[in-house]
Unconditional design. Structure first.
Length: 206
């Protein structure tokens, strides 16, 4: 399912001229909701948030000062992928983010978030190409927990963290990776979050 959503590529975006759109991040809110956030900047005329599901492609046009968008998935939509475009006055891309996806799963709401660092694709003519971005994960503390487990998929890399941890990093290389986490109490796992994914390779888009 995920591979088919990511199989279509676009021509590379034009050279980077602004840092608008950096920090592109997904946050699971529970109840099949996700919040998408990014930083504003200068020079952009608008943003376009490309939204792709198994049912089709649904672009969301946003003004130049937009910095967030909240989405709710119906029960018949198992996964949605997002990519943010920074547009000039003619509607041509100046920059675009790496693609990220949201899969409603466990639904445990603890503001589980994922972003890439860097979050903006490199310009196509920049070679040798820079190293793939790292995954930066964060969440809100859950009272009474003894720790947190963060699992990277499909590699099954497991990080077991202390009770005061609110962030983690992972290096997926150029591989599509997903992340799910669970707060852990003395009785065991207390639940699972939704799944957040990303493809840290330039050229994937709608």
């Amino acid at each position: 399912m995920i591979a088919s959503l990511l199989a279509t590529s676009l021509a590379p975006a034009s050279a980077q001229t602004t840092l608008a759109g950096t920090g592109f991040m997904l946050t699971s809110l529970g109840n099949r909701q996700v919040r998408i956030t990014w930083q504003s900047g200068t020079g952009q005329a608008s943003f376009r948030l490309d939204r792709r599901t198994s049912q089709g492609y649904f672009p969301v046009n946003l003004g130049p000062n937009a910095t967030n968008y909240t989405d709710s998935l119906p029960l018949n939509v198992p996964v949605v992928c997002y990519q943010l475009y920074v547009l000039d006055a003619e509607g041509s891309p100046l920059l675009r983010s790496f693609m990220k996806c949201f899969l409603p799963y466990g639904g445990y709401a603890m503001n589980f978030s994922m972003r890439f660092d860097p979050s903006i694709e490199p310009a196509s003519q920049v070679c040798p190409c820079p190293a793939p971005p790292t995954s930066e994960l964060s969440w809100a503390l859950v009272p009474g927990m003894t720790g947190y487990d963060v699992l990277a998929l499909p590699s099954n890399r497991l990080q077991t963290l202390q009770d005061n941890a609110t962030s983690a990093t992972d290096s997926p290389g150029a591989n599509f990776s997903c992340y799910v986490m669970a707060p852990v109490a003395s009785a065991g796992l207390m639940g699972l979050t939704d799944v957040l994914c990303g493809f840290p390779t330039p050229g994937f888009g709608t």
